[in-house]
Write a protein that binds this ligand. Structure first.
Ligand code: FES
Length: 505
């Protein structure tokens, strides 16, 4: 029986449950949950690994209740309370989930106990790409209660005080995850957007929301572009002058703006593409709900840093260029995953370490801590982008095979690398720029074959050519370095990189 090394035993003593993500040599993904039960003897732990989603209707098992009966231990699904034996995977309902044998072995080289698990079927050379505690500090804070009169916290930023509302609307509150997505997308107040995200994701995980809602005949429609508060000064990216971006607060403000858009992007991908692809499994929604929650956490952390630097969020101009890419890719999930998650977010992996170093050199330890949390989460977001991009390629392959029955399987193969390069050529302008953070890209599933020597061939619209000419001839532009020039011309696509390079200049 093939086994996979999960972690040294020491590495899982901080929490009792972990999300495990595996990737095979072929690029397949598998989501699992690890439960460590408390025992009298820490050296003899009870550890169980089972599927991350319930086989009934796909609820996340991360918030399952663990109950002990005589000689068995069961995980009780938060949605409809089906129980699954942690050893056998059997449920009294007759359903069954997969469980995996776990073994603790002493490693004489490292002189420590290590946890190994049985490898799943359906792939070769599985390895762990994520081992994340479920009980993250932010994620597990109890959300605001579902009291219609509950108001969001407006004590941090005066700019957020003007328009707030109840976390759960008084009239016609959302019932499904898709309805929550549209409500959150239509919430202009950033603090309320964060609180609603926290509430909705917690409710989804714990069974207070029992339906994703993407298969209904009339799914809710997301806005073309999420609204912003009237006090936000949204300007063309070219008008945010590089020369003024040199202080830490301005830099953090730019990042907070990107995080606010990133919350929207995570909800938008669920509600825009869920109804178009009714075969998307619950794990897709779990991944992007987790992403929405992460981006909310990032926004909150940056928001708090800005408050401590006396630069409240909303007090500086921002741009909406990240949403331009969302609009451009609003018709195709494959394009959306490629451009937003495997180009923009992957570019974040390249530039974040440099940015962190700048803050470290400036002696801003608090911001360094925040940016390191953000960077670690962003690796998992690119991983999710890769996971669902590969999944989409597999679906296309299946469709081709069913259309062309009798055809050799290999001839219908949709290669994710070639598919990605094709999407970038179609939906991107200019080079995919390095230098690349090869190590973190690799962790996220992106080997250099995906992105090296790649250039987008999408033509500029007339209007955009004019804007680029204006930017190129503006006085601020004359001050830019060569690297900034490319970024300005690419205007839309490199918003994340621009922030870092601007700080560098
Ligand atoms: S019992 Fe788990 S989704 Fe219904």
């Amino acid at each position: 029986m093939a086994q996979i090394l999960i972690s040294p035993l020491q590495g899982i003593l901080s929490h009792f449950r972990f999300i495990l993500t595996l990737r095979s040599e072929e690029g397949k993904y598998h989501g699992l949950i690890l439960f460590r039960l408390s025992t009298d003897s820490p050296s003899n732990p009870q550890i169980y690994v089972m599927e991350a989603t319930c086989p009934h209707l796909g609820a996340e098992m991360s918030h399952a209740d663990i109950e002990e009966y005589e000689d068995s231990v069961v995980a009780v699904c938060p949605w409809h309370r089906y129980d699954f034996d942690l050893k056998t995977g059997k449920s009294e309902t007759g359903l069954r989930t997969c469980t995996y044998a776990v073994e603790v072995k002493f490693d004489p080289d490292s002189h420590q106990d290590q946890i190994w698990m049985e490898a799943p079927e359906g792939g070769k050379n599985w390895r762990i790409v994520e081992l994340r505690p479920v009980s993250e500090e932010f994620a597990d804070q109890p959300p605001s209660p579902p009291n219609p009169s509950t108001k969001s916290d407006t004590t941090v930023a005066p700019y957020a005080q003007e328009t707030t509302g109840p976390v759960v609307p008084d009239i016609d509150p959302p019932k499904t995850l898709m309805e929550w997505a549209v409500l959150i997308l239509n919430t202009p107040n950033p603090t309320l957007k964060v609180e609603r995200t926290r509430y909705a994701v917690h409710a989804y995980r714990t069974g207070a929301i029992l339906s994703i809602g993407h298969k209904v005949t009339s799914p809710p429609i997301p806005p073309a572009q999420p609204p912003r508060e009237t006090y936000m000064n949204i300007v063309d990216p070219g008008k945010i002058q590089s020369g003024k971006r040199k202080n830490r607060a301005v830099m953090l403000h730019a990042l907070a703006n990107i995080e606010q858009w990133a919350i929207d992007l995570a909800w938008d991908i669920m509600v825009r593409f869920g109804p178009m692809h009714k075969d998307l499994p619950p794990a897709f929604f779990s991944d992007f709900a987790k992403m929405a929650l992460d981006e909310s956490k990032h926004f909150s952390l940056l928001h708090a840093r800005l408050a401590s630097l006396a630069t409240p969020y909303g007090s500086l101009p921002v741009h909406a260029s990240l949403w331009d890419s969302a609009t451009l890719t609003s018709k195709s999930l494959l394009s959306r995953l490629a451009i937003i998650h495997l180009v923009h977010e992957a570019r974040g992996l390249d530039v974040n370490p440099k940015t962190i170093e700048k803050f470290r050199k400036a002696g801003d330890k608090e911001s360094v801590d925040v940016l390191e949390i953000i960077h670690a989460d962003e690796v998992t977001h690119v991983t999710a982008g890769h996971r669902w991009f590969v999944w989409m390629c597999e679906q296309q392959q299946r469709k081709k095979n069913s259309k062309e029955a009798g055809m050799e399987q290999a001839s219908a193969y949709v290669d994710p690398i070639q598919a990605f390069r094709e999407e970038v050529r179609r939906c991107w302008r200019g080079d995919i720029k390095g230098p690349f953070n090869v190590e973190d890209r690799e962790k996220a599933g992106l080997s250099p074959e995906f992105y090296e020597d790649l250039r987008g061939e999408m033509p500029y619209q007339d209007e955009e050519v004019k804007k680029v000419e204006i930017v190129k001839s503006s006085p601020a532009k004359q001050e830019l370095k060569e690297s900034d020039e490319d970024i300005t011309i690419d205007r839309v696509q490199t918003a994340l990189a621009a922030v870092s390079v601007a700080y560098e200049s």
